[in-house]
Design a binder for this molecule. Structure first.
Ligand SMILES: Cc1cc2nc3c(=O)[nH]c(=O)nc-3n(C[C@H](O)[C@H](O)[C@H](O)COP(=O)(O)OP(=O)(O)OC[C@H]3O[C@@H](n4cnc5c(N)ncnc54)[C@H](O)[C@@H]3O)c2cc1C
Length: 458
């Protein structure tokens, strides 16, 4: 009889196994894949994920992870660039998962590869787990971390958004494009979905995209046709992939993701971790941090002698609100109407450097340089005599082509805006919006405090 059995060797399984072994348990981890694999994932590591991995002894820098500190949102001809409110990281799952499994093994976990679990049954004395090939293992405690895959007879609920198809493909970009996405995640919105492109180790880039099933059907269920449709909708996306070489012949794909799912109860008296406990939409980049958090919480709860039911309740309390909010946003992000609204908003509040799409003279259709507009009722406006007293809300002084606006207002703090002095930080609203979303979808401090992560942060 094994003391603790972990099923699945992704972020959640590897970490709970490592922690249990570090606390003196005999642990067996069964991983279906016999060799390192690529996984459908954006490969964005949020700050919490980075901290959890660091505390687990995974040296991301040594593995080649690249820093990420900027998000660029693109829809058609609008590009809004926002600094992330924290520094994140990016590393392929093939490298990360292997490093985490080696780390667990070094801590004393017995890792079995090519061990495909086919059933889990509660018995009078513990659990009986069957593997493909007919072998059975008995264990006192079982931790299920099979991620996106379900164990037979243990289907999760459908979640709140489940009509998306996910694809992932690594590329070697042209030198120019590789430079352009340094330290940056580019999120392209296109009809029916969104695509994330970010640099990973060894000079590669990861393209991970989600599209509604109906839109994919309109592309004849063909990935190349889908890429063409996205390129047509977004010239920026098209130019990014110009001269890029895919690293594999075909992308990895996945369907029926139950975004918004949060497990209410611990069925069969097992601990259900990671994506088996809660599934947050991908754009948030918080799936792995939730998986790692659930591993900590499960190990702590188990050590305290609490039941799996208590663990499941605690996990649900820690992540339910974030998962719900992210799912609402994810549903909105794939609706054409909401995409348009969002990008009008971004156009209205261009963040940081104006860019070719926000040229100095006409920073946007709402901010024409010479004539003000109904939103900016400047009285004396001329090319040489700048507007004064524009309005109560937009008190631009000295506004003209040659005398750039200074101190416009709290909300429009454009400084030095003119053909010669391109605007920087034209607004603080978009960065604030991104910060608010990032703050409300991440695992909250109160939860991190319980697992001791805040001490590590300090
Ligand atoms: C399109 C997409 C993009 C994403 N992007 C990001 C992102 O950028 N950042 C982020 O943090 N999160 C992202 N996520 C979420 C993230 O991938 C998951 O939340 C995370 O991988 C969950 O970890 P896990 O350990 O629970 O499961 P997984 O990572 O899925 O690992 C499960 C493991 O269990 C093994 N397994 C499965 N079935 C069996 C079985 N029967 N027997 C034995 N072993 C088994 C598998 O081989 C695998 O190794 C994304 C998800 C998707 C779908």
């Amino acid at each position: 009889m094994t003391s603790a059995l972990v099923i699945g060797g992704g972020p959640a399984g590897a970490e709970v196994a490592r922690l249990l072994a570090a606390r003196g348990r005999e642990v067996l981890l069964l991983e279906r894949d016999a060799a390192p694999q690529d996984r459908v994932c954006g490969e964005f590591l949020s700050r919490e994920a980075v901290l959890y991995l660091r505390s687990a002894g995974v040296d991301l820098q040594a593995l080649g992870a690249v820093p990420i500190d900027t998000v660029r949102v693109i829809a058609r001809d609008v590009i809004a660039e926002v600094a992330l409110p924290f520094e994140a990281s990016s590393l392929s799952r093939r490298v990360l998962d292997e490093a985490s499994l080696s780390n667990a093994a070094a801590q004393g976990v017995r890792v079995e590869r090519g061990a495909h679990v086919t059933s889990l049954v509660r018995t009078a004395t513990g659990h009986r787990v069957e593997l493909a090939g007919g072998r059975a293992v008995h264990a006192d405690a079982v931790f299920v971390a099979t991620g996106k895959h379900e164990l037979r007879g243990h289907k999760r609920g459908a979640g709140l958004q489940n009509d998306l198809v996910a694809f992932k493909l690594h590329y070697v970009l042209s030198n120019e494009n590789a430079r352009a996405i340094e330290r940056c995640v580019e999120l392209t919105l296109f009809p029916g979905g969104y695509a994330g492109l970010q640099p990973i180790e060894r000079g590669r880039a990861n393209l991970c995209l989600l599209v509604r099933r109906a839109h994919f059907a309109r592309c004849g269920h063909q990935f190349p046709a889908l890429l063409e449709a996205i390129a047509e909708a977004s010239p920026h996306f098209a130019s990014r992939l110009q001269g890029a070489s895919p690293c594999w012949r075909k992308p990895l794909a996945m369907t029926s993701l139950p975004y918004g799912y949060v497990r209410g109860h611990a069925t069969d008296d097992a601990f259900w971790l990671g994506d088996q406990g809660a599934v947050i939409p991908s754009f948030s980049g918080d799936g792995m941090s939730i998986a790692l958090h659930s591993a900590r919480l499960a190990a702590d709860t188990f050590r305290a002698g609490e039941t799996p039911e208590t663990f499941q309740r605690l996990l649900s309390r820690d992540v339910r609100a974030q998962v719900r909010l992210a799912t609402l946003l994810s549903r909105a992000l794939v609706q054409t109407g909401t995409q348009r609204l969002l990008m009008e908003f971004a156009r209205f509040f261009p963040a940081r450097e104006t860019s070719e799409f926000f040229p100095a003279r006409e920073t946007s259709k709402f901010f024409p340089a010479r004539e003000t507009s109904k939103f900016f009722p400047a009285r004396e406006t001329s090319e040489f005599f700048p507007a004064r007293e524009t309005s109560e809300f937009f008190p631009a002084r000295e506004t003209s082509e040659f005398f750039p606006a200074r101190e416009t207002s709290e909300f429009f703090p454009a400084r030095e805006t003119s053909e010669f002095f391109p605007a920087r930080e034209t607004s603080k609203l978009l960065p604030r919006l991104v910060k608010a979303i990032a703050t409300h979808t991440r695992v909250a401090d109160a939860a991190l405090e319980r697992t001791g992560l805040l001490d590590i942060r300090a």
